[in-house]
Design a protein. Structure first.
Length: 277
């Protein structure tokens, strides 16, 4: 099992066909969705389908996105996660670290992936995850629910790029996750037919510091995995930096391939090597 999934693939938990297709994909993690993609009338059916799943096996990590804290189905969804068939729980509409604490009190050591920018209030609580439960494993951001909650007519500006509010939410998620010492996961790319656009966005996210990305269609998994897998050249360069500092542990600055590198470069190099384990 990968330390940090590159691709986190959502799948509606009420569709046998879609669940089977997701499990057969190359996604590092599957998020079985009991929230937005499942209608209220199909919630019970979705829980029943997940109860019937076999054991975890050697395939992708299995996570369950529950409904927000305090919903009427909360107890049943938690009981489902605690069957041992799933690697972790995805908490939507988290607003602060206390939400993770509340959930972890009910789930013990089950890892939690919190979606942290879906309400206006959530944008003011990104640093509080630094004091959250050790169960917190990942943080991701979302613009769809946020734009609806704010009352925006669109989350894009006239050039087609994300408006400032949503770029800010994305950056705050990245900084908040790194401050908390958990995986920063980029949000979804809605047009699953636009592979070049997805690949460009995922590569940009990787450059910025995200180490994974949410997906909404199996066809998005390949480009996401490629974008978040270091190239052979990147691995070679990172290994050279680490080896140089191990050979001269008291050095502050060293020359690698004709360029000067210092301790921040060593930190970055170690993160690159961590991503291939």
């Amino acid at each position: 099992m990968r330390r940090e999934p590159r691709s986190w693939l959502f799948v509606p938990a009420d569709s046998d066909r879609k669940v089977a297709k997701a499990l057969a994909s190359d996604a590092d993690a599957i998020i079985f969705d009991l929230e937005d993609s499942v209608s209220p009338a199909n919630k019970a059916q979705a829980r029943g389908l997940l109860h019937e799943l076999g054991g975890r096996g050697d395939g992708p990590q299995r996570w369950v996105r529950i409904n927000p804290l305090g919903n009427d189905r909360f107890r049943e969804e938690i009981d489902l996660v605690l069957t041992g068939k799933f690697h972790g729980i995805v908490l939507p509409k988290a607003e602060k670290g206390e939400d993770v604490e509340d959930l972890s009190e009910r789930t013990g050591n089950v890892p939690i992936h919190a979606i942290v920018t879906e309400t206006p209030a959530s944008l003011f609580g990104l640093l509080t995850y630094r004091q959250a439960s050790p169960a917190l494993a990942a943080m991701s951001w979302g613009a769809e629910d946020l734009s609806a909650a704010i009352g925006a007519s669109s989350k894009y500006d006239e050039s087609g790029e994300l408006s400032f509010t949503y770029r800010m939410a994305r950056s705050l998620c990245l900084a908040g996750a790194v401050a908390a010492g958990v995986q920063p996961v980029d949000g979804v790319f809605a047009d699953f037919r636009d592979e070049p656009g997805l690949l460009a966005e995922a590569r940009a996210a990787a450059r910025e510091g995200f180490t994974g990305k949410l997906a909404i269609h199996p066809d998005q998994v390949g480009p996401i995995n490629a974008a978040f897998t270091p190239t052979d050249a990147e691995v070679k360069h990172a290994a050279a930096i680490v080896a140089a500092f191990e050979a001269d542990p008291h050095a502050g600055v060293l020359a690698i391939d004709g360029k000067m590198v210092d301790r921040p470069h060593l930190t970055q190099a170690r993160r690159v090597l961590d991503r291939i384990q």
